[in-house]
Design a protein around this ligand. Structure first.
Ligand SMILES: [Zn+2]
Length: 276
């Protein structure tokens, strides 16, 4: 791109610090470089899925990503072509994520269109916790439920273990993104273990955002010891610069988890599809 990018700080000032850095340093280089609306950040994820031999690839998209292509059909055609071009062997499970602070009521009509298409396999709410009571998202998750997609949410990354439980009870979540603060409550860890609610954990993200101290002290160790199902993920490949294989390697090198544990997590990650 003929541009020298500033190095990110070792640790961002939380989610907002990361967002600030992204907006000021790289966002303009990530999107819409030409009339074909190429998004190198996204395309790179598909290429990486192949390089990393991913069996199950679940990239997250926002409504804006769809709108950028003018229609849902154009969007689907474009990303299907990337799937076909780069990683045809990976099971492709696109996720549609909503911003936690969005006005939910105004999103419902489009959500109906997007989920009824069958293109998206899961729903997520992300971009910061605690903006609204969980009950505000019920209409959105009802639509997701109607079309049988996996119900996920970013919760317990900065929020408490009790909030994880409340989100599960209120929205009927099938899985949690992050959820690492469950580690502070034996009761919530037991609930996750008993109901087999998977936490999709992103170790490097947690460390770089200041939500975990180090790989060695990452909460995933205690979560696994308490029988909580987890998967290991990249969160944001471009910013955190750590691929799936590297995430596993970091946890192994730091002595956080044994090879046996890591392999069990790998198998769970590619097999835990909930049949609806
Ligand atoms: Zn995330």
């Amino acid at each position: 791109m003929n541009h020298t990018f500033a190095k990110p700080p070792a640790v961002f000032d939380g989610l907002l610090g990361m967002q600030d850095w992204y907006v000021n340093n790289i966002r303009d280089y990530c999107r819409a470089h030409d009339s074909n609306q190429t998004d190198y950040r996204r395309e790179g994820c598909f290429a990486e899925a192949e390089r990393n031999h991913l069996a199950r690839f679940a990239p997250s998209f926002s409504e804006t990503d769809i709108e950028d292509y003018g229609s849902l059909k154009n969007f689907c055609d474009y990303y299907d072509s990337l799937h076909k071009k780069y990683c045809p062997d990976a099971v492709y499970e696109p996720e549609l994520a909503y911003q936690s602070y969005a006005d939910i009521e105004s999103k419902l009509a489009k959500a109906e269109e997007y989920f009824s298409s069958g293109y998206f396999k899961s729903i997520d709410v992300c971009c910061g916790e605690g903006y609204k009571p969980f009950s505000d998202y019920i209409p959105l998750y009802r639509i997701a439920e109607k079309y049988g997609v996996l119900k996920r949410m970013h919760v317990g990354e900065t929020g408490t273990a009790e909030e994880i439980e409340e989100a599960i009870d209120t929205l009927g979540l099938d899985e949690i993104h992050h959820g690492i603060n469950a580690v502070h409550s034996p009761k919530v860890m037991k609930l996750l273990a008993d109901r087999k609610i998977t936490l999709n954990v992103c170790p490097t993200s947690n460390i770089k955002l200041g939500y975990a101290k180090s790989y060695a002290e990452h909460p995933i160790k205690i979560l696994v010891e308490n029988g909580v199902p987890v998967t290991i993920n990249t969160d944001d490949l471009l910013i955190f610069d750590s691929s799936i294989d590297e995430e596993y390697q970091h946890l192994y090198d730091a002595g956080t988890l044994t090879a046996k544990h890591l392999d069990e997590i790998r198998c769970w990650g590619i097999s835990n599809r909930i049949e609806k």
